[in-house]
Design a protein around this ligand. Sequence first.
Ligand SMILES: NC(=O)c1ccc[n+]([C@@H]2O[C@H](COP(=O)([O-])OP(=O)(O)OC[C@H]3O[C@@H](n4cnc5c(N)ncnc54)[C@H](OP(=O)(O)O)[C@@H]3O)[C@@H](O)[C@H]2O)c1
Length: 325
Amino acid sequence: MKAVVVEQYAPIDQIALKEIAVPAVGAGQLRIKVQAASIGFVDGLKVEGRYQTRDSLPFTPGAEFAGIVDEAAGDVTGFAPGTPVLGMARSGALAEYIVVPAAAVEIMPEGLAPEAGAAFRTNYLTALYALGERGTLRAGEHLLVLGAAGGTGIAAIQVGKLLGARVTAAASTEEKRAFARSFGADDVIDYTRADWRDALKDLTGGDGADVIFDPVGGEVSVQAFRSIAWNGRHLVVGFAAGSIPALPFNLPLLKGGILIGVDVAQIAKREPEAQARVLTQLSAWLRDGQLKPVVGKVFAFTDFREAFKTMQTRAALGKMVVRIG
Ligand SMILES: NC(=O)c1ccc[n+]([C@@H]2O[C@H](COP(=O)([O-])OP(=O)(O)OC[C@H]3O[C@@H](n4cnc5c(N)ncnc54)[C@H](OP(=O)(O)O)[C@@H]3O)[C@@H](O)[C@H]2O)c1
């Protein structure tokens, strides 16, 4: 089968499609014929060996996928060959076939395209776990989403609206702000402007944001915390800007605000009940049509490098998806 294979940690231009063996199915596992896989910011870091944990070499990147069950182990029920599924794995999705534990997939809701199925799990899990479980976002509260047109950002806008929040989307270009608005943001802010906090102050009646969803990091994170409401929650999701900010400890004191870490990679182990709760709610929204995963741009398998580069150059709107089968 064809797969993207990382043999040495390196920039994406040095990574190639290779012919490798189709993986065998073990106990409790399924082999999926991948139709679409999506790329997250983390995948780019992993390929270069710059993520906080390293996949051992060689490995195939890609953590989210949609496809068709090709083979099920004898001890797995409910996933006959031919069943369409979507799922999430640590890596391996940028390949014609992936083998995963049956627990890593769910049956595709009817009518959902593979590209949308592949764009679902990580970002929406991150958004609802962050906003619902960690940030306890309540209806009527003011949510500020940084990096709002990115993969997690756009998911946070949609989930924030479903939870009943008033959502302000902060993004760097007019095109990104229009994109954020088209997926439900009530207001938009250009956070590259020096006076962006004044705009937020006006939008929140002087109070600041009750919850801040922050996948960006860098100086903008500290600025955002300065605009937090009393008892506000600032959710630390990621550092797409490349630098980890340092928050002066007097700010939580002065602002009465709370800094909260979010790491979906740890919840299956540390908070399985929260993960199950979140996935159940997301599936319900997906099945009743309230939530539609945002597909940014779709790339051919042979153009997989472009999907990475679009994200790495800050040019992506929504999730980057690679069409495989
Ligand atoms: N904690 C978790 O569990 C979890 C889960 C998923 C992802 N993450 C992390 O969240 C972060 C964002 O992921 P994502 O998938 O949303 O990424 P993304 O789609 O690339 O979006 C990131 C956004 O950050 C902004 N940004 C600011 N400076 C940037 C720069 N120098 N390069 C690229 N983007 C920049 C961009 O918006 P503007 O141009 O509008 O500023 C961009 O839209 C990553 O660090 C990822 O590792 C964490």
